[in-house]
Write a protein that binds this ligand. Structure first.
Ligand code: 6PG
Length: 249
């Protein structure tokens, strides 16, 4: 399989957040209409989110026409410290984005499957179709992280959710790694429907799993690819040994 993923090496976590913010703004600027960004949870994107609420990014962002979705959620109440969209809200959305442009995955339903169906309805209403058209990506940008077991979003290795092709969002009744709460996750085809997928990978503890992902192992973080462009932003600490020759951005 040819690998057209682009790897970008940055010095450290601060540089990673700055480069990610620039790439996010470039995707926004490339679309003069209504923009859709799919955020991610976990700790990796927090610095980027905080940066977006500060100058010069805050003034450069056309907040009125940017819509914020999220690729996966933990099945806990909004406001819970484990809730991914709450982290993004506290880091930047509540201070900057119009409330109607924030699209959290509901977690107040009876079970993760019911919440997944509601979020699929919301995405399809936004997209104005219930079939994904490769010529019309759902998202301008999808942000992703890599878990220690090679999961991405809440698609865990070997779990049936990874193979789902006929739904946009699925309930995941248990997690493979902490926090051990049920999840709701976009599926690989929904995540792939984007102009750009941007992975943020930082810290020495990510180096081993990143090496496995980039070597093509059958892991969700390897199988998650944009139909258009996939970029890995990697800091020096996470950069795999055998790719050492690339200069920092
Ligand atoms: C989640 C995430 C998950 C995350 C990775 C990386 O809800 O846990 O969306 O896919 O991106 O586990 O997490 P860290 O950034 O915390 O390493």
């Amino acid at each position: 399989m040819s690998d057209d993923r682009q790897l970008v090496r940055v010095a450290d976590k601060a540089a990673l957040a700055t480069v990610a913010a620039e790439q996010l703004l470039a995707q926004v600027d490339a679309n003069p209409g209504r923009v859709a960004i799919c955020l991610t949870g976990g700790s990796s994107p927090k610095q980027l989110y905080e940066l977006l609420a500060t100058e010069p990014y805050r003034s450069r962002m056309p907040w009125e026409r940017v819509h914020w979705f999220i690729g996966d959620e933990r099945f806990v109440a909004s406001g819970d410290p484990l809730h991914n969209m709450t982290m993004a809200r506290e880091a930047f959305l509540d201070a900057c984005a119009p409330p109607s442009n924030i699209h959290p995955i509901p977690t107040d339903g009876i079970d993760p499957d019911a919440c997944a169906r509601r979020y699929a309805d919301e995405l399809q209403a936004f997209y104005r179709a219930d079939r994904l058209d490769p010529a019309k990506p759902l998202f301008d940008l999808v942000l992703m992280g890599i878990g220690p077991d090679g999961h991405t979003a809440s698609l865990f290795p070997g779990f049936p959710a990874v193979e789902v092709r006929d739904r946009w969002v699925v309930g995941v009744d248990h997690a493979h790694v902490a926090p051990f709460v049920p999840r709701i996750s976009l599926t690989l085809p929904a995540l792939a429907s984007c102009r750009k997928m941007l992975f943020e990978v930082a810290g020495q503890d990510k180096r081993a799993i990143l090496t496995r992902v980039l070597s093509g192992e059958n892991l969700p973080a390897n199988r998650a690819r944009s139909e258009h462009q996939t970029v890995f932003l990697i800091d020096a600490a996470a950069w795999p040994e055998n790719f050492r020759d690339q200069p920092d951005v």
